[in-house]
Design a binder for this molecule. Structure first.
Ligand SMILES: [Fe+2]
Length: 330
């Protein structure tokens, strides 16, 4: 009888170890629409291969993951985030400090000053009170966003949550007539749109114009990793124009869709606790920041963003030709 090669024993031992480690990971759904709380992981430590696989599977299944009681410095958050892919560099040079991949989502300056409500760093946050997916203004929008809660509103204070809506479910619930209507449409996405909403913000810089020029994405997104299932893909903070439609008709359609995605059955509202780390899949979710008394409450988050890997595919993209099921007749 021949001896088992040492390498095979090593592989078997490693596989057993991964299995044991992954068993520590618990996944508890947060609601019917989307989201799960993940237990058993300390994000300051690198994932084992099995843990990374479990987290990736949970992202695919639940779209939003919440890890409680995490303790991460900026470098540790970058290290954690990079395990899911390369990070986006933020185009806004004045919103980051140190690392260009880290964004201080705060009404407190990096030096610790509670900023007045008319400070443009605070006004930027109001742009995010509208439904959007992060960095939809890029030709290749992001994969996941990662927010770490450093300072949150006290118990009993109103507002300050982040609300999420499931674009797969929202698309499925559209009437057939609407599905047919939006099937071939595209929307214009552009970073500068925030200035139309809040003209008091400083003008877009040359750097920002160069790095994030306007782009166009299909309104119906095809997901090759989900059997070419469809979802909605749009924004209300980076554009409201629909290609091929008059401004008036496009804006009316856009409003209708924004109202549709707000239906409670598609949504989950996250009430932040200190040391929460929440990551969400921008490919299938929209989100918006709920308002709060910014003059009264200091609030500090640190965000990193994992870059996407391909342009948005629509029902008529060549890359999915022959793979998208035709719409059923109304
Ligand atoms: Fe956002």
């Amino acid at each position: 009888m021949s001896a088992t090669p040492a390498v095979a024993l090593d592989e078997a031992a490693e596989a057993t170890h991964r299995l044991e480690t992954a068993e520590h990971v618990t996944v508890t759904p947060l609601g019917n629409a989307l989201g799960a709380e993940i237990g058993g992981l300390d994000l300051a430590r690198p994932f084992t291969p099995a843990e990374l696989e479990a987290v990736r599977a949970a992202i695919q299944d639940h779209h939003l993951l919440c890890f409680r009681d995490q303790h991460l410095g900026s470098d540790e958050q970058v290290a954690f985030s990079t395990q899911l892919g390369p990070l986006e560099v933020f185009p806004e040079q004045d919103k980051t400090k140190g690392e260009s991949t880290v964004y201080n989502v705060a009404n407190v300056s990096p030096e610790g000053e509670h900023l007045p409500v008319d400070d443009h760093r605070v006004i930027y946050q109001k742009v995010n009170a509208r439904w959007h997916t992060d960095s939809s203004y890029r030709y290749i929008p992001s994969f996941v966003s990662i927010m770490y809660a450093i300072r949150v509103l006290p118990d009993g204070a109103s507002g300050g949550e982040t609300e999420y809506s499931n674009m797969l479910a929202a698309y499925d619930a559209l009437p057939d007539e609407m599905k047919a209507r939006i099937e071939p449409l595209h929307m214009v996405h552009y970073y500068e749109f925030g200035r139309r909403l809040f003209p008091e913000l400083p003008p877009v810089s040359h750097h920002e114009k160069v790095h994030v020029p306007p782009t166009c994405h299909p309104l119906v997104r095809i997901h090759p990793d989900r059997g070419c299932r469809r979802s909605l893909f749009f924004t209300t903070n980076a554009g409201n124009e629909v290609s091929g439609m008059t401004m008036e008709d496009g804006v009316a359609l856009h409003r209708k869709l924004a109202s549709h995605v707000s239906r409670p059955e598609f949504c989950y509202k996250h009430r932040w606790r200190p040391n929460d780390l929440v990551l969400w899949d921008n490919r299938v979710l929209m989100h918006r920041a709920k308002g709060y008394d910014m003059a009264r409450y200091p609030r500090v988050f640190r965000r990193t963003t994992v870059a996407g890997s391909e342009p948005i595919l629509g029902p008529y993209s060549q890359a999915v030709e022959g793979k998208v099921r035709p719409l059923t007749a109304a």
